[in-house]
Design a binder for this molecule. Structure first.
Ligand SMILES: NC(=O)c1ccc[n+]([C@@H]2O[C@H](COP(=O)([O-])OP(=O)(O)OC[C@H]3O[C@@H](n4cnc5c(N)ncnc54)[C@H](O)[C@@H]3O)[C@@H](O)[C@H]2O)c1
Length: 337
């Protein structure tokens, strides 16, 4: 199949792109490189463009005879969305509408969308199923939920097939250590922790130790990017015109911030400096997925089910690329894939 991946040079998008190429699909990244990395995808598979640019999107879809879109492009930081909601409403909702309109104009009728656990908001009953009410508490979650609604309405009215994949915490790196999580402005726990281990940061800040959890730090559900990529491919094959699929994507296991820190220390083999600071706004105590629906309906089988196995892959990447993609050790043959 010919696939266009908006945000395909980002962390999750580029992992999916590599997964799809390895399985014989023709995948192209469409990305404005605002947080993504050109080095994360082969040069001939990257179109640099913004999802707000409908003409460029239409051209990319026509030129590459696109069959389906995977829509990863978004702004995706909870704290930033609280400080600057305007850009989140613009990119995550208006941008999604632009992608959908370009798809309609070029008769592309399948879309897999990167949604998020943040659309659920704060709940006490865990794990979260697809039937848990979506009551987002921060602009990031609200804008992603609004994008879900847009996509569902377009799918129903215009005969598209859509899959809404609600990821919990994406984590880990490619097993070969050549690609991994790399952002200039990082806010995710595992890369921040391992950045301390490689000496790029002085210490890890842990936001709050008075949550209602077993050790007082927030509980999250970590899912490996390769397992997310597998889910995208399975969902794409399942898309029929006019249908909506929605799946939670986590491993169903909750891990506290302190447990992630201990897992990183075990993998690295030494203590990692950290400090407890005040809570951040917008962080629920616990977010754990029930992945039962996607496991049953699509036979999704995650390969990385322990936090240690996820951290091991991330550590391989951080060790070999302490400065991210600017540590240029990607062999030429990997560029040609
Ligand atoms: N990382 C996670 O844990 C996680 C969890 C839940 C959902 N998600 C969702 O998954 C998707 C990918 O997340 P990620 O962690 O890879 O983030 P990322 O920042 O690494 O990737 C996003 C990509 O989108 C691109 N982009 C942003 N705005 C754009 C625009 N206007 N036009 C074109 N490209 C644009 C960026 O340059 C980047 O390459 C996002 O939609 C995010 O909301 C991520």
């Amino acid at each position: 199949m010919n696939l266009l991946l908006t945000g395909g040079a980002g962390y999750v998008g580029s992992a999916c792109l590599r997964w799809l190429l390895q399985r014989g699909h023709n995948a192209i990244a469409y990305d404005n490189l605002s947080t993504g990395n050109a080095q994360a995808v082969p040069a001939h598979r990257l179109i640099q463009g913004d999802i707000a640019d409908g003409d460029a999107l239409r051209k990319a879809m026509r030129d590459h005879e696109i069959d389906a879109v995977m829509h990863f492009a978004a702004l995706a930081s909870v704290p930033d969305s609280i400080d600057d909601p305007e850009s989140y409403y613009r990119v995550n909702i208006e941008g999604t509408k632009c992608v959908l309109d370009a798809m309609r104009d070029t008769n592309v009728s399948r879309i897999v969308f990167s949604s998020t656990a943040a659309t659920y908001g704060f709940h006490t009953e865990m794990p979260l199923t697809e039937d848990t009410p979506q009551t987002p508490q921060v602009p990031y979650g609200s804008t992603k939920l609004a994008a879900e609604w847009l996509i569902k309405d377009y799918a129903r009215a215009y005969g598209m097939g859509c899959a809404l994949l609600r990821y919990f915490n994406a984590a880990g790196a490619d097993a070969d250590g050549l690609h991994g999580e790399c952002r200039s402005h990082e806010s995710h726990l595992i890369p921040l922790t391992l950045a301390v281990a490689v000496g790029r940061r002085e210490k890890l800040l842990i936001y709050g130790n008075d949550y209602d959890t077993r050790d007082g730090t927030c509980v999250r559900d970590y899912v490996h990017v390769a397992d997310l990529a597998q889910a995208h491919e399975l969902a794409m094959h399942k898309l029929d015109p006019g249908t909506t699929l929605a799946y939670n994507l986590g491993c169903g296991e909750g891990t506290t911030v302190l447990e992630v820190l201990r897992a990183c220390e075990a993998v690295v083999g030494r203590p990692i400096a950290h400090e407890f600071v005040d809570r951040r706004p917008g962080d629920p105590d616990v977010l754990v997925a029930s992945p039962d629906t996607i496991m049953k309906e699509l036979n999704w089988t995650p390969q990385f089910v322990s936090i240690n196995s996820i951290v091991e892959t991330a550590w391989r990447w951080h060790q070999s690329h302490p400065d991210g993609y600017s540590t240029s050790t990607i062999p030429a043959e990997a560029e040609n894939r």
